[in-house]
Write a protein that binds this ligand. Sequence first.
Ligand code: CU
Ligand code: CU
Length: 335
Amino acid sequence: MPEKHGLTRRALLVGAAPLVAAGPLARLAFADDDKGHEHLASHEGHDHRDLGHAAMIGDQVPAPGGPTDLDELLLPPPALPHQPGRIREYKLVARDKEIEVAKGVTFPAWTYNGTVPGPVIRATEDDILRVEFTNAGSHPHTIHFHGIHPANMDGVFEIVGPGERFTYEFPAQPYGMQLYHCHATPLKKHIHKGLYGAFIIDPAKPRKPAQELVMVMNGYDTDGDGANNFYTVNGLAFYYAKYPITVSRSQTVRIYLANLTEFDLVNSFHLHGEFFRYYPTGSTDQFEYTDTVVQTQGQRGVIEIDFHNPGLFMFHAHQSEFAELGWMGFFNVVA
Ligand code: CU
Ligand code: CU
């Protein structure tokens, strides 16, 4: 039986450079050549193979979404001063939603609040985090938070059926970059469908001021073969190549980084032209000085960059395959 869906990971990899350079993915068709291999064919009538992908930046990049579409996921709400017992309330609603994850490529996602990843949750250590969860989706879900909390707030046994609600409430501990995700079974499916997000707990003694960003690394299996076809940070393939992130050289850039990629064992973050401090989990002051970090699924940490030079600096998964399938972008460092 020939492969029913043309969009296999292998076909994408084989054709990644021309694919990315050839304009909207929607206009790309997949055809079988006479050797029985799938290949990518552009129906636009021109050949852009000479463009390559590595330097693709700006308007020519076929990323979905407008220039501010990911602001809510990239820019966390501000940290609040330490005030034990203060209640921090969030409302999360699980919904099924078809989302465009790469130009012209949709994914039947399960979301928290309509986006993949879900919203950034932030609290200061010793706040009481209260998350009112409504399941408006078609399957049972939960929210499982990483961090310290009572057993009955763990989102494993208290399954929330479609149409039901559950309120999670516990003191936010310990400080660091935590995360949350659905823990209904089959777990792999509930995670890869998109039910996860960043959960920042700020230390009692505030971190020094910085330009703060959140990056959640993920992947999408858009053809259902159990392997990812696209990789992103914050949900949209090639987005930060189309819309580089402008930062100032005069202040530290702090990135809360997490890996929620399903199917692949690890993901990574690599920065060009600079080194940074990496604090694993962000829960101590111990750091590594490096330009590349690796995270397995569920791992996370805090990156602090003090850029020495202005200009455009690429960041991407150091697995070249992931970069070519969408997980790459640029910082535009201004003086
Ligand atoms: Cu679920
Ligand atoms: Cu987990």
